[in-house]
Design a protein around this ligand. Sequence first.
Ligand SMILES: Cc1cc2nc3c(=O)[nH]c(=O)nc-3n(C[C@H](O)[C@H](O)[C@H](O)COP(=O)(O)O)c2cc1C
Length: 221
Amino acid sequence: MSGTPKPDSHTETPSFDSVFRGELETLFRWRRDVRHFRRDPLPKGMVEHLLAMADLAPSVGNSQPWRFLQVTTEDSRARVVANFEDCNAQALANQDPDRQDLYASLKLEGLRASPVHLAVFCDEGTEQGHGLGQETMPETRRYSVVMAIHTLWLAARAQGVGVGWVSILNPADVARILNTPPDWTFVAYLCVGWPQDYTEVPELERLGWQARRTQMETVAR
Ligand SMILES: Cc1cc2nc3c(=O)[nH]c(=O)nc-3n(C[C@H](O)[C@H](O)[C@H](O)COP(=O)(O)O)c2cc1C
């Protein structure tokens, strides 16, 4: 039966009212990158729920090339923390001298406290999707992975769960630590857990590193 379109399993198409739209906007406004976590665990099934939501993200050719690895062993987690520390020390050394103190004061990960670590990869060799859309733009596989991460991020926020994206890592080292297949590209390392608090303003804006700009400002140039 392959190739035969499946009938839509929904008999009723949902419609979204103004109350929902307002709440959705609030979700967008109050999604935060979280670096300050409580140490208590997430409820059973939460990670599975978030991964199921991530699976609903769009992807090139419907290839779903995202691979989420939950990093559970103390040894692997400790090696990732050490890798962050090395990379962050290098990043600090590379800052403009007049920004070094501010950079040094920033907390740029929640690796030690967050109960859940998810390393996210792109499977560059997946046959799912039969290559559709990827021939001239193979990078669309990685864009698809980012879509899944963002979907998970919003789904987590809707549950009150915090997500912090850590990119101050060496991709080759992370792949080595986690012993991943050679055709998986490292995309993100996510800290997941209960946040200590939530604010409407991004932490980097509150601490004077970089404020948000509006789309209007960007387009008006
Ligand atoms: C691709 C990507 C990589 C990021 N890497 C880091 C990181 O290594 N450390 C960190 O503290 N925040 C990181 N962030 C979070 C951003 O700092 C954050 O999204 C931005 O400051 C806006 O804040 P908000 O997410 O709370 O709105 C990353 C975000 C993205 C999308």
